[in-house]
Design a binder for this molecule. Sequence first.
Ligand code: ZN
Length: 336
Amino acid sequence: MKDRKFPLRVLVLCAVVALALGLSSWGFLVHRTLHQVAVYQLPNEIQPFFWRHMDYLVNNAARPDVRRNSDSTEATKHFIDLEAYGPDAAHKMPLDWNKAQAKYQRDSLLKYGYVPYHIVLMMDQLTGAFRQQKADSILFYAADLGHYIGDANVPLHTTLNYDGQLTNQKGLHSLWESFIPEIEIETYQLNSGHQARYLRNPAKQVWQQIRAAHALVPSMLALETKVSAGFTDAEKYRVQVRRGVETKQYTLAFAKAYAAALKPSINQQLLASANLIADCWYTAWVNAGKPALNLQGWTTEKAAVWEKEKSAYQKNTLIQEGLLLAKKPSENKPTE
Ligand SMILES: [Zn+2]
């Protein structure tokens, strides 16, 4: 009977909602956190510039996800379905975009995702912006680059089974990258001790991290099955009907149990993302010839606040001290 009350139109809407929620990348909270954490890892030559613009970097950390709503070419920049490129593609795909196009055809790359190549393109853009010393462009590309790097470190962004949909585990995507970080972030270590380092071959490092993320997929799936065995459907899911649309969400109890089983892999991927973002920002600046960055208006007062924040970051007390921007309500929305 219930089914009859849900015409096709409503079911389609459900699918659209699931698509919008389920296939985003790291939730906004994590994307924003990554950018803030990456800033603290930069060397003193460039950290004040990035720190001064941290609001912009944090507020626009999720902008590429928003852009997907208006740009049909955007989505496949955020992932790579490795299985679609043949066995052991993670080790066999060329580092270079032109060689990849020659090997797989451009259409396939546009269909199954090409995040590692897009990261390299964004790095080139950032390097160019540094060369021209254009603050607006530097910040724009730094924000976008950071986003794609974050996505590349999410295991489900590297597989055809991107939402657990091929293994009857649909919904896993947003559970792993949004719901769990949102309820667990206060327990996370946000300071890995990493300091930005120069990457001689950024593409190589990007691929290394994509392989590491992809290697986590089997255990993510297996642990979900294992944890699910201890839950009934009613304990695992919360079904809500809003304006005639039925949505099914994981319960807090299930999310916590799954998080406990996964620990600390989400935190580790968060840190791996932030580390690579800092490395890529720094590398782009070095490759641009280490241009001086505009620090007009930098005062001793600002430097004192900066030092205080850095110390909170070192002690991993950003959240407790109310300094994690991603946890603050923001008036600024992504600009696209
Ligand atoms: Zn994304």
